[in-house]
Design a protein around this ligand. Structure first.
Ligand SMILES: O=C(O)c1ccccc1NCC(=O)[C@H](O)[C@H](O)COP(=O)(O)O
Length: 220
């Protein structure tokens, strides 16, 4: 039987140097935060340079723009011409109508929808979206920020999950949690940010290497 490897996304990259180092370590996706209140926010101009560099050097690494409740026109404007991103990750309260409208405007860019899970009921909101998005990302809920909090989703909400689209786990993922995630939760991908940082937006490349290696080398 062919083994399917769990994918890795390193999110909140803010420089070309770190984008290239992280790509070299074997990540499958790199996220850039286009949410202006985030300490990891970078401008459309800088994002364009980073994604263009990744596109040229590591074309197989997904280039993910993370946005939150942005008007569709401002997402398109933020491309500064042709998009260099391969994925838009909607990390706010975007509804299905918004997803459909955005997809119509940019059919060649993948659409991932993040759901911030506060309770069991939040999981029930996902199914209706499934036909209108390309992947699901489950993140934790907290009142201070929409993402990058370092907080985990409660374990009890992560049992027996099944979706018709590939899904990613996010929120407080660190090396201590990887075995449990791979053995029992079994997402298609793992999204990591603050556990591998020295400060918001600055990654500890050694830690990034260790966690990617652990994910890629652990088999169940
Ligand atoms: O990272 C941010 O600062 C951020 C701000 C606003 C919306 C989304 C944001 N990040 C989205 C991500 O995909 C993060 O990787 C995800 O929330 C997990 O972060 P962490 O808990 O720090 O691993």
């Amino acid at each position: 039987m062919l083994e399917t490897k769990t994918l890795v996304k390193i999110c909140g990259i803010t420089s070309i140097e770190q984008a290239v180092q992280v790509a070299e370590l074997g990540t499958n996706a790199i996220g850039i935060i286009s949410v202006d209140e985030s300490p990891r926010y970078i401008s459309p101009e800088k994002k364009k340079i980073i994604f263009k560099t990744l596109k040229d050097l590591y074309p197989n690494v997904e280039r993910v723009s993370v946005v939150k409740n942005s008007p569709i026109d401002s997402i398109i404007k933020g491309f500064l011409g042709e998009p260099n991103e391969t994925i838009i990750q909607l990390h706010g309260d975007e509804d299905i109508d918004y997803c459909q409208k955005l997809k119509k405007r940019i059919p060649d860019v993948g659409l991932w929808k993040a759901f911030r899970i506060k309770n069991k009921k939040d999981l029930e909101k996902i199914k209706p979206y499934e036909n209108f998005i390309d992947a699901i990302l489950l993140d934790s809920w907290n009142k201070e920020t929409y993402g990058g909090s370092g907080k985990r989703i409660k374990q009890q909400y992560l049992e027996d999950l099944s979706f018709s689209k590939p899904w990613w786990i996010a929120g407080g993922v660190s090396t201590e949690w990887i075995v449990e995630i791979l053995k029992n939760i079994k997402p298609n991908g793992i999204d990591i940010s603050s556990s591998v940082e020295t400060s918001p937006g600055i990654k500890d490349i050694h830690k990034v290497g260790l966690i990617i290696k652990e994910i890629k080398n652990t088999n169940f």
